[in-house]
Design a protein around this ligand. Sequence first.
Ligand SMILES: *[C@@H]1O[C@H](CO)[C@@H](O)[C@H](O)[C@H]1NC(C)=O
Ligand SMILES: *[C@@H]1O[C@H](CO)[C@@H](O)[C@H](O)[C@H]1NC(C)=O
Ligand SMILES: *[C@@H]1O[C@H](CO)[C@@H](O)[C@H](O)[C@H]1NC(C)=O
Ligand SMILES: *[C@@H]1O[C@H](CO)[C@@H](O)[C@H](O)[C@H]1NC(C)=O
Ligand SMILES: *[C@@H]1O[C@H](CO)[C@@H](O)[C@H](O)[C@H]1NC(C)=O
Ligand SMILES: *[C@@H]1O[C@H](CO)[C@@H](O)[C@H](O)[C@H]1NC(C)=O
Ligand SMILES: *[C@@H]1O[C@H](CO)[C@@H](O)[C@H](O)[C@H]1NC(C)=O
Ligand SMILES: *[C@@H]1O[C@H](CO)[C@@H](O)[C@H](O)[C@H]1NC(C)=O
Length: 902
Amino acid sequence: MGFLCSLTFSIQFLLLFSSSLFTNCFTLNDLTSTHHHECHQHESNALLSFKQSFIISKSASYNPSSYPKTLSWSPSTDCCSWDGIECDELTGHVISIDLSSSLLYGSMDPNSTLFSLVHLQSLDLSDNDFNHSQIPAKIGDLSQLSYLNLSQVGETTLSGEVPTQISHLSNLLSLDLRSYILPPLDNLMINHLQLKVSTLRSLIQNSTRLEQLRLNYVSISSSLPNTLTNLTSLQKLSFRNCELYGEFPVGIFYFPNLTSLNLVQNQNLQGTLPASIGNLTNLAYLALEDNSFHGEIPQSLFRLENLEHLSLSYNFFEGSLALDMFLKLKMLNGLHLSGNKLSLFSQNRYVNLTILPPIQRLELSGCNLAGEVPTWIMNLTTLSHLDLSRNNLQGEIPYFFFRLENLTVLELANNILEGQIELDMLSKLKKLTVLGFGGGNKLFFLEGKNTSNVTIPSQIQYLELSSCNLVHFPNFIQHLQELTDLSISYNSIKTIPSWIWNKTTLQRLEIFNNLLIAEISPLICNLQSLVHLDLSSNNLVGMIPSCLGSFSQSLRFLRLAGNKLIGNIPQTYSKRNALQFIDFSSNNLYGQLPRSLVNCRMLELLDVSHNHLNDSFPFWLQSLPKLKVISLRNNKFHGAIKCPSNCTFLKLQIIDLSQNDFSGNLSSEIIKNFRSMTLSNTSDPAHFKDDVYYLQHSLIDIELLSFSMSNKGVVMDYLGVQYLHHMVAVDLSCNKIYGEIPDTMGSLNGLVVLNLSNNMFTGSIPSSFGKLSNLEVLDLSLNNLSGNIPQQLTGLTFLDFFNVSFNNLSGPIPESGQLSTFDDNSFKGNNDLCGIQLVKKCKDHSMPPLPTPEGNQDFESGSFFKSNWMVILIGYGGGLLAGLALGNAFAVDVYRLLKRIF
Ligand SMILES: *[C@@H]1O[C@H](CO)[C@@H](O)[C@H](O)[C@H]1NC(C)=O
Ligand SMILES: *[C@@H]1O[C@H](CO)[C@@H](O)[C@H](O)[C@H]1NC(C)=O
Ligand SMILES: *[C@@H]1O[C@H](CO)[C@@H](O)[C@H](O)[C@H]1NC(C)=O
Ligand SMILES: *[C@@H]1O[C@H](CO)[C@@H](O)[C@H](O)[C@H]1NC(C)=O
Ligand SMILES: *[C@@H]1O[C@H](CO)[C@@H](O)[C@H](O)[C@H]1NC(C)=O
Ligand SMILES: *[C@@H]1O[C@H](CO)[C@@H](O)[C@H](O)[C@H]1NC(C)=O
Ligand SMILES: *[C@@H]1O[C@H](CO)[C@@H](O)[C@H](O)[C@H]1NC(C)=O
Ligand SMILES: *[C@@H]1O[C@H](CO)[C@@H](O)[C@H](O)[C@H]1NC(C)=O
């Protein structure tokens, strides 16, 4: 019975999804009886022709029990007997096609003969690779369909817009268009299918009997239509990561038969949980993680005896929850409450600990838990996944953790726990794969003298030992055969043992903020699986191993900043490398920027600031399609800032060329090429998605990722996402650029920071600057600008910092708007300038009251930008890394941060 699919999955990735892709088929009729009719010839032909449009490819399906069902399809046999085909007993028409996980690869023909099978009631094409095809509009011809499954695993399957004709399927009971994006890519937020909300509306209007509607990772980008509450028969509703926003229709919580509701990762989706939720006695799966739900969690929720999975993490829920409330949730195995405004488990009521639910995953990160680790955790003997990171837990690390025999994940980073961890204790956790101790805790990690009789917990894949008072590398790491992630930053380690270069399973190696001396061994290039390498903020000397640009096809993040490295930047970068983030800043590197950097097609950030590089303007970087940030600050770059012919920096948002020897005119052509600095290009959501993508994929610890622009006590911090999303900056300060400031500069209306100070610009301030409506910092000081300050600048309402001092400006300082909030430091050194801020008042002037300066920043005289702005990336020891292993923990942190920022 091929149709009744109940395939069992053994591999772990699919277990991460609590509701499984392949187990939701509908039973149609009784399929056991033999059929009396032979297949209709035209239907047989249609199926054969459909079969022929695909090839069989082993990589087209993910399900380990996939097999090519169409191989059994032969013209000489009755099509009703073919694998995956069911016919109606009476009429002989094909009514069901199940080609799920059938290793089909190829494009879906919009005119496929498949759509002539108008008697079809069930169509399952899930888990094949349709090579980015669109869903054909003719799907709407199959008006008898009650079951349609086009769900897909991986990245390259169906894409484009879901045709409106899907709403013609008025008999649908189940529609599944989910994408399964596998961790760690599930945080990608690249949705391949789009569903217009008008199509969704029509679907709701026509397919009123829907029982299952699953659209995970289909981008809807809208609020949900209220008519959704008409679909009262719904049992399973999943809208994970559909870019939904607005108010979630509360009526859905009244659907009597609801068993599963998944709204994960729609950050701007708001709502509350009504008390009536307690009436949903069949509810087994409630996942609201990472949205903007608020209010109290109704008491009635805690009487849902069938609830197995409750994830409310990363919302704005408040109120207090006591342990005894959970006792009725007898089936609960996943409880995720991280990152809310809840007060948890603080009441001291008696709880009969023998009847705690069989919880396997407990996530209580960032829950303001204080005091000692709650002892009832020891009675959750079924725990496999425990995340208590980012709380204020204190006291000795309890020994009972090491008796929870099924623990695979133990995350305790960023608490204030004390005491010693001995290797011996770890060895008791035979299944442990993820261990996070670092960040904030005051733990001492001890290997013990005699490790010979200690069983090494060799299955550990992820190990976070930041800030663990280590003075050398723990030796046991050598024996972790499956180690993929090692973070051992913020310790006092001086040397890297040579065995580390044999750990070829490593994908992430972080040893930043230690006391590493010596050279970087070229053996580092053995680590060919590395994705993320960070050795910054040490005392490394010598040259950068020349292989470092080309040793790994997977390396995305390469950071060696803040060392004492000398010599050239590595010269070779293999074609199709994955580098996204290269930071060699603050070393003593010299020579030119290697032209082979053009092979880094994925590059988004290049920071070589604070070195001794000597080169001309690297216009050739314009060929890198994703490059967002270039910082050449404080080197010996020289010559004009220009391109030989037309060039376009497609994605460039931040360019810092300050403190170099650039000279010549600034041509309006080059400015025009900074297209992504215009508002229309910076504020679109796709851009934003890229940033999150970027942050996640470069595995940056964004919590402390900041981009500071500082001078004399004034620091502007742009945290994490802002740094890449909001920040649009041009800094050309402290060079020898002359000529007029091109008027076209005013077209870069996404600019937040514009610093041209300390050059030799002449002419007037372009009035087009009045169009830079996002501008927060404008520094034109220390040039030879003349003429008036354009009245248009008064419209720059976000301006926090403005400096035109030490030019030859004349006339009155515009009095209205933001400019009036700046004091004389912004204007002095211009002999013919007059205004209320200056000693020289303008003639014939009735003085308006001086507005109180907003923020009242007390700038010292001189150029704001004489010294640095820099990109500071401070790695942070703790929970984030687990995201890699755990699927979405990392994403969640990103979203948390987003919410804090916006
Ligand atoms: C599909 O068939 C119609 C007519 O049968 C034709 O007009 C159209 O061009 C075909 N489309 C494709 C993509 O083959
Ligand atoms: C409902 O389905 C019918 C065909 O079954 C179609 O003609 C009609 O346009 C659909 N209505 C909407 C609103 O999509
Ligand atoms: C669906 O809901 C809307 C209001 O939300 C209502 O006006 C309409 O009549 C409902 N349609 C059906 C078929 O119940
Ligand atoms: C809920 O399920 C029951 C039992 O299957 C069924 O009788 C009832 O009609 C369903 N309710 C709705 C609103 O579909
Ligand atoms: C639960 O449903 C009952 C009817 O079955 C209703 O009377 C009651 O108001 C509902 N409870 C809530 C809290 O809505
Ligand atoms: C705790 O629950 C268990 C199992 O239901 C029961 O046997 C035991 O008597 C309870 N203990 C107390 C003190 O109520
Ligand atoms: C809780 O766990 C501890 C340690 O395993 C055990 O001593 C105690 O009996 C357990 N309590 C209950 C009620 O199961
Ligand atoms: C640990 O996991 C194993 C295998 O899944 C299971 O048989 C065992 O009962 C678990 N132990 C506890 C205490 O739940």
